[in-house]
Design a protein. Sequence first.
Length: 453
Amino acid sequence: MHEKPASASFHSHGPLTGTERVPGDKSISHRSLMLSALAVGESRVEGLLEGEDVLATAAAMRAMGASINRDSHGIWHINGVGVGGLLQPDTALDMGNSGTSTRLLMGLIASHNITATFTGDASLSKRPMGRVIEPLAQMGAEFTASPGGRLPLTMRGACPAVPIRYRLPVASAQVKSAILLAGLNTPGITTVIEPIPTRDHSEKMLAGFGAELTVDTDADGVRTITIRGEAELKPQQIVVPGDPSSAAFPVVAALLVPGSDVTVENVGINPTRAGLFTLLQAMGGDVQLINQRIVGGEPVADIRVRHSVLHGIESPHDIVPSMVDEFPILFIAAAMAKGRSVLRGLEELRVKESDRIAVMAEGLRAIGATVEEVEDGLIIDGRNGDPFPGSATIATRLDHRIAMSFAVAGLVSQQPVQIDDMAPIATSFPDFVPLMTRLGAEARPIATTDTAA
Ligand code: S3P
């Protein structure tokens, strides 16, 4: 997808200041398109993330019959086909870099009379799909996957599918959501048991669209979610809040660059997503959630951050799902903090867009941080606010969050930190460079040699 790597380095020449908004939440944007495409009538979505991952979902839903259009005010209009009404796509569904698109769409197709082939980029083609194949096969779908349960894969949905009762073996909102979406067009009650809570956008939005869904939480915090199939979804007006996973980058940048005072407005702070902000506060970070309110059914706040001297921390295991995508940038913060951070229980990071434990350890060492890699995380001895030596090129390995994390590290480095390929940032945060520049950072593009014959 990215033909020529666009390389850059990032620098700061003083405090970061200003008030900004980050683009819409990626998880909510995917689900907005999918559920609207299954409702009968027109839904409107405001604040949709227009990143490559979400556009891959839009293209797939169009290929299966939905009408999806953006108007000149940036509002998206979706006319759905009704639950059970998805059509056979004519060509393979290209999911680009997006695991969420792939796994959730596999769920939708599992209970439709559809045969579909999924393809993806080199990063997505390494990621495990067995975690969704297993429950969806129990529901009756059939799969032919590449070795190791990977993409490219072809699946045939079952109609009618069989309702299952499934206990999640990994804490994954994607697996939970795939099963619930399959359950939408499955006769009877489909049940997912979630021992460790993960982001709950699917449950909230399915209920908002009119599906019959229940959630029970027992004394140990285990959640049992049921959905009654053959549902009828009603079109909705959706306002997507700013993505906390994108806000994480300017927030940590402001904590690290001396003198900074930055506000990121309109950020989603759903408790299943906001673990990073809590952890940064516990590390001594001046992170204030102000003007808390509800927007489109989700809690939202403006986040004011001022430069702080952070101290090391041991992250509690039960916080992991609520900040699973934020560990790369937390590692940068920990490497600048005073003292040791023990960040473990993170084995899921090894199967994200890259192996985020190994890739972050390698990059941190390259810029001069002291890091020990263990199977399930990193142990980091912080620099007590001393800038990184820098002078390194970071291999981002098609992982947007690796690129943005080291862009932030560059702001507190003596010598340049070169990001080898900035292009993946467009999957989730197309406005990252202009936004950081408005706050006062400097991005220096680095000319790459065109080796084409
Ligand atoms: C997501 C869930 C998370 C997260 C991903 C988006 C979602 O994955 O890493 O970026 O939208 O459901 P897992 O649920 O597999 O941990």
